[in-house]
Design a protein around this ligand. Structure first.
Ligand code: SAM
Length: 272
């Protein structure tokens, strides 16, 4: 029986609130798996297992797949769908409530890769969770709505460039890999999707005081349409201006025109 038939047989009801549009297209599943450099030493964490078409593919290449699924009504169909796959463990819970390190204690592996196809609103919290819990992840492959993909990899001076862009780009190199048509999902959603790959940065940007750096970035973007001069009222503006002049910029610029390296320079030199 194929996956669709198993879902039907189990009278599975799709739940919009969990963003349940399942990807069953074999070519696209293969393309997603190939983005991850998965080997027989890799533990893959998949968030939002759904009907497990992707999970099965991942398990063929990985040492182990640790999957999370919030919808417990998928328990029964998944038993059938994953029958015979012995390197897949599924935790039926809200991923955001888990302690990842504790869940990982049960496994041995050399590297971790994360795959997630989830509603946009929980994509950023998921990535932030891996950063906050200091989990050493080599790659995070996420599928998001196409227009959202550009927000993650936003370029300087564009509307999408914001403090989140800086925050994520501080840890990862971010690239949009390819778009995925809405027609390959079951049921079909209203928008096309895209795959975005977050790869751990080889060369970390040098920031002496991360807390101050992130505060500076957040304050700089507080009101997007305003200049740094207006957003950074509590700071020593002469100091910031003279640091920026080294980059041929000044305090009358907007934050969307300041690169991550320039923010790092301001933050490092400001407290010297
Ligand atoms: N990975 C599957 C695929 O590619 O076909 C399913 C993708 S579907 C878009 C998203 C899945 O994530 C759903 O099965 C949903 O129930 C699950 N999900 C949503 N929020 C979740 C959360 N907070 N924790 C774990 N799973 C979640």
């Amino acid at each position: 029986m194929n996956i669709k038939e198993i879902l039907n047989e189990n009278k599975f009801v799709f739940k919009k609130k969990f963003g349940q549009n399942f990807l069953l297209d074999q070519n696209i599943l293969n393309n997603i798996v190939s983005l991850g450099n998965i080997s027989k030493d890799t533990l893959v964490i998949e968030i939002g297992v759904g009907a497990a078409a992707l999970t099965r593919k991942l398990s063929e290449h990985a040492k182990q797949v640790l999957g999370y699924e919030i919808d417990t009504t998928l328990k029964e169909p998944l038993q059938e769908i994953l029958n015979g796959y012995d390197n897949i463990n599924i935790i039926f819970d809200d991923f955001l409530k888990r302690n990842i390190k504790e869940d990982l204690n049960d496994f041995e592996y050399k590297n971790i890769m994360v795959v997630a196809n989830l509603p946009y609103y929980i994509t950023t919290p998921i990535i932030t969770k891996f950063i906050d819990e200091k989990i050493d992840v080599e790659k995070i492959v996420v599928m998001v709505q196409n227009e959202v993909a550009d927000r993650f990899s936003a370029i300087l001076g564009t509307k999408s460039y914001n403090s989140l862009t800086i925050f994520l780009n501080y840890y990862f190199d971010i690239k949009k890999a390819f778009t995925v048509s809405r027609n390959v999902f079951y049921p079909k959603p209203n928008v096309d999707s895209a795959i975005v790959v977050f790869s751990k940065k080889d060369k970390q940007i040098k920031v002496k005081d991360e807390e101050f750096f992130f505060k500076l970035v957040k304050d700089s973007f507080a009101q997007k349409r305003k200049t740094l001069k207006n957003n950074l009222k509590g700071y020593d503006q002469n100091k910031i201006n003279s640091i920026l002049e080294k980059f041929n910029k000044n305090i009358s610029f907007r934050a969307e025109n300041i690169t991550i390296e320039e923010f790092a320079a301001i933050s490092n030199e400001y407290n010297k």
